[in-house]
Design a protein around this ligand. Structure first.
Ligand SMILES: [Zn+2]
Length: 262
């Protein structure tokens, strides 16, 4: 069984419709959590998965993609039999930044959560060279690519058996995200705006839904999921704008969406 589950897709802040970014990839007994934005831990616990993740991958350290790693650490540690530490990958330039979180979320009087992040997770650098292959489980590998964003950001390419699932992370149009998405079976791509000033897109490193569709077409993907939506407009209008530029099936992300892969 190989599948993608959207746990949350909201950009910037969670709302009544969805948590922020978080996705599950499952392949033959391996479960990987991609991003862990606000609201994601509730989605994991609702599915009984908080102790069953094999690895976490954070695309970048903006809060809407990672703030729930703190409650995830506490959830894994404050239990009678804490599960083993699991790998947590962040872009190579962000390891020290993430480590500093332990300085202020720690509870020094409780040894279980004295250094919660480094106790719950084995934090590892994700090299964004588009070549280094990381093994996450049986038949599951990850390659990081350099995305174009305001902070170090990684587009992700997962091999799941003979299938490929790619994630853009937050990014503008760049070679890195194109490399990650090349010929992917499923491409989860940000579509932060319906319309935007090109200078603003370049400054922040984001895409419009139409650019997302063009990117998917250029990369030759089989299926596009538009995500990282702000909620100012109907989700369907993002899918329609992307579809106008992409000759592939386009789905707007929704909380709980399951996409079979292959
Ligand atoms: Zn974001």
């Amino acid at each position: 069984m190989t599948r993608l589950t959207v746990l949350g897709f909201r950009a910037g802040r969670p709302d009544a419709v969805s948590p922020c970014s978080g996705y599950l990839l499952e392949h033959d007994g391996t479960t990987v959590l991609v991003d862990c934005g606000p609201g994601i831990v509730g989605q994991l616990t609702a599915r009984g998965l908080e102790h069953r993740i094999d690895a976490v991958v954070l695309t970048h350290l903006h809060q809407d993609h990672m703030f729930d790693v703190v409650p995830l650490a506490f959830t894994r540690l404050l239990t009678p039999t804490p599960p083993p530490r699991i790998p947590l990958y962040v872009p190579e330039d962000s390891v020290a930044t993430l480590a500093r979180l332990d300085d202020w979320v720690a509870v020094p009087t409780d040894p279980a959560v004295g250094r919660p992040l480094s106790t719950a997770f084995d934090v590892r650098p994700l090299v964004r060279d588009g070549a280094t292959v990381v093994r996450l489980g049986d038949g599951v590998t990850l390659t990081g690519f350099r995305a174009k964003h305001a902070v170090p950001s990684a587009s992700l390419r997962f091999a799941l058996g003979d299938r490929t699932v790619a994630f853009s992370s937050d990014t503008g149009w760049c070679d890195g995200v194109l490399g990650a998405a090349r010929d992917a079976d499923v491409f989860v791509c940000e579509a932060t705006y319906l319309t935007a000033d090109p200078a603003m897109l370049a400054d922040h490193g984001h895409l419009t839904a139409e650019l997302t569709g063009s990117l998917a077409r250029t990369a030759g993907v089989d299926r596009l999921v538009v995500s990282h939506l702000l909620g100012y407009d109907d989700e369907k209008s993002f899918a329609a704008a992307a579809e106008s530029a992409a000759p592939v099936p386009v789905t707007a992300a929704s909380a709980g969406l399951v996409v079979p892969v292959g």
